[in-house]
Design a protein around this ligand. Structure first.
Ligand SMILES: Nc1nc2c(ncn2[C@@H]2O[C@H](COP(=O)(O)OP(=O)(O)OP(=O)(O)O)[C@@H](O)[C@H]2O)c(=O)[nH]1
Length: 437
């Protein structure tokens, strides 16, 4: 059975909200691309800073970002290892803001006795991160998407890690929210060193109903993939997260849609990415055979050669690659804004609400670490997922001597950086108007 048979498109828009009048457009294809949703999105929710649970992000490990490990593509192993000798890898996918990091943190905090290495991939501008303190090691790849631009980095990181693989029981590979999982999974079959040292234990896909219904309806250019649909299609377990934000109608609709896209995956409903750990570990769930046809399109050696080829060769290569499906993230970009002066919390709140009113369809994700005027040494974490915005007080405080730099990352389609930056600057409390901390 190949994946193609499990990638049936939805036969109708499953969106239950008013304003959505979908019928399959003529360019809808077998991957579920081609359905456009016109449902109205509710107005942004206004949430003031809440002194709640902390949110933790990964700390970068610079040692593996230094480009060493080149030659990974050529390295040969002596003998073919049994699966029991290989290090298990769990791939965590899911669209921007679906709860991947919340899941990784949850797994790290649970008592399972496993020594875990986390590989984190951020799309675009890196955010100030907090420690995933219970991980044995964290590898951070911040310069692009592991499915395309930093696929070589993933190979190098795994190749370096394999010499220390006995120090770990599991690798958690958290992809970016925009990643197509197919080329990432292909990496584990096409490189001898990697396939001989690692085995994919399972692919988890976090999703939450409203955006998944919207995203799966989006029309994509011919020959490109809809990453939200791909993420579900390649999953062994789909974690339907954020149940607190969904009504019964939407839940039923999204379940039907997910089962149409991937009838093999186990569907698990959850909140705050909390699922019994035995559902997440020792899964032995992933079958390369099921996806052989899909991942064969993503030739790792071709990618490696592309890193070295000349302009003329590139022209010839383009012709050969014409049929390969592309990961289309054209127009999607990210940037970070920062301020060394404290921000006015009310003005920042208003800035975000106004931004979301204008750009709620295009602003996929925003997140940041903030220093608010008048809040003493309290450090705030800001999380925005589509129109949901939320502030939380971090478990760590600004410490003596630490620069109190507020930094916010925006990820979205066709965002006007200058305009957003100008509005952001109005939230800064300048030294002459600042109240003492
Ligand atoms: N309301 C609600 N919020 C949740 C739930 N699970 C996670 N969140 C929040 O959703 C936001 C995004 O969660 P993350 O875990 O950072 O999502 P992510 O998929 O890692 O995000 P990216 O890495 O940017 O793609 C955070 O503010 C979480 O606290 C849930 O079940 N309900």
């Amino acid at each position: 059975m190949t994946a193609a048979s499990s990638l049936l498109p939805p036969t109708r828009c499953a969106h239950p909200r008013p304003g959505c009048d979908i019928s399959p457009p003529r360019d809808a294809d077998r991957r579920g691309n081609g359905y456009r949703c016109q449902a109205r999105t509710p107005a942004p929710r206004r949430l003031l800073p809440l002194p709640q649970d902390r949110v933790i992000r990964a700390a970068p490990v610079s040692a593996l970002a230094d480009g060493s490990g080149a030659g990974a593509f050529e390295e040969e192993e002596e003998y073919e290892k049994a699966d029991s000798e290989k290090l298990a890898v769990t791939v965590v996918t899911g669209f921007l803001g679906s709860g991947k990091t919340t899941l990784v943190n949850y797994i790290l905090r649970e008592q399972h006795g496993k020594r875990i290495c986390v590989i984190e991939n951020e799309f675009g501008a890196a955010l100030v991160k907090e420690n995933l303190s219970s991980a044995e090691e964290v590898i951070s790849m911040d310069n692009g998407c592991a499915c395309c631009t930093v696929r070589g980095d993933l190979v190098r990181a795994l190749t370096q890690l394999k010499d220390r693989k006995d120090s770990f029981d599991l690798v958690l590979l958290e992809t970016t929210g925009l990643a197509d999982p197919a080329p990432i999974l292909a990496t584990f079959t096409q490189n001898w060193t990697i396939s001989n040292n690692y085995r994919i234990d399972g692919v988890l896909c976090l999703t939450f109903p409203r955006p998944f219904l919207d995203l799966s309806c989006q029309v994509r250019p011919e020959g490109t993939v809809n990453e939200a649909v791909q993420q579900v299609a390649f999953a062994d377990r789909v974690l339907l997260n954020k149940l607190d934000l969904v009504d019964k109608g939407e839940l039923g609709a999204v379940k039907t849609l997910i089962q149409e896209v991937n009838a093999f995956a186990e569907l698990i409903e959850c909140q705050q990415s909390r699922v019994p750990v035995d559902k997440l570990m020792d899964m032995n769930a992933f079958s390369m055979e099921r996806f052989q046809e899909e991942i064969a399109e993503y030739d790792l050696e071709e990618d490696a050669a592309a890193e070295e080829c000349t302009d003329e060769q590139e022209g010839a290569r383009e012709g050969q690659k014409a049929k390969k499906r592309k990961h289309d993230i054209s127009g999607v970009g990210s940037f970070a804004l920062q301020s060394e002066h404290a921000l006015d919390s009310q003005l920042f709140n208003r800035f975000m609400v106004q931004l979301l009113q204008r750009k709620k369809e295009d602003l996929y994700r925003s997140k940041g670490v903030l220093c608010f005027e008048g809040e003493g040494d309290a450090k705030y974490i800001f999380q925005g997922v589509h129109e949901q915005i939320q502030f939380e007080q971090s478990n760590t405080k600004w410490v003596e001597g630490e620069p109190r730099v507020s930094k916010v990352v925006f990820i979205g389609r066709d965002l006007d950086r200058e305009e957003i930056e100008a509005a952001f600057r109005t939230c800064i409390v300048h030294a002459q108007t600042a109240h003492p901390h």
